[in-house]
Design a protein around this ligand. Sequence first.
Ligand code: HEC
Length: 163
Amino acid sequence: MKYFVLVGIIGIILAFSSCSHSEAKEYSALKNRLDSLESNAYTPGFGEFMNTIEIHHAKLWFAGTDQNWPLAQYELDEMKETFDDLQKYVKDRPEVKEIPMIDPALKDLGQAIESKDVNRFKPAYTTLTISCNSCHKATNHGFNVITIPTAPPVTDQKFMPAK
Ligand code: HEC
């Protein structure tokens, strides 16, 4: 009887130890998988986010001056989202800390769009553009000079409100 109890206890111990052994194996396989996902995942660089922001910035001018307010709002929202993504995904660049300097200009432009007033929109847009350049100067990228666009960035999109 004692013998059976002993065998039973040993069996239970073995079952547990093999279970924790296979768990450890599973854990290390999962960890390897995660490490490989992390090092192979594609994340756009700072400059790529900036290129996206540049396109929204340019489209925003034509949407606003053509008084297509829903499109202007849309472009502004996309630009804000791209700044948020930049903060979220670009971890290795100290310049990310400077992003909040653009917030007052974005807010002001949002109010101009909401008021549907092109005479408020234009100066707010100029202030935004100055803020882009202030950050470029502050981050040693003053050679990247942003201006008010003179031609639409694409020719396959209509900026006037649809009838
Ligand atoms: C946080 C500060 C900051 C703000 C705000 C900012 N930029 Fe930049 N921008 C940078 C930095 C830093 C670079 C250089 C990125 C790199 O190293 O690739 C850059 C680069 C660029 C480039 C060059 C991208 C390329 O590869 O040719 C453009 C265009 C640009 N920014 C547009 C804008 C526009 C438009 C705004 C405003 C709506 C803006 N930026 C606001 C910091 C900023």
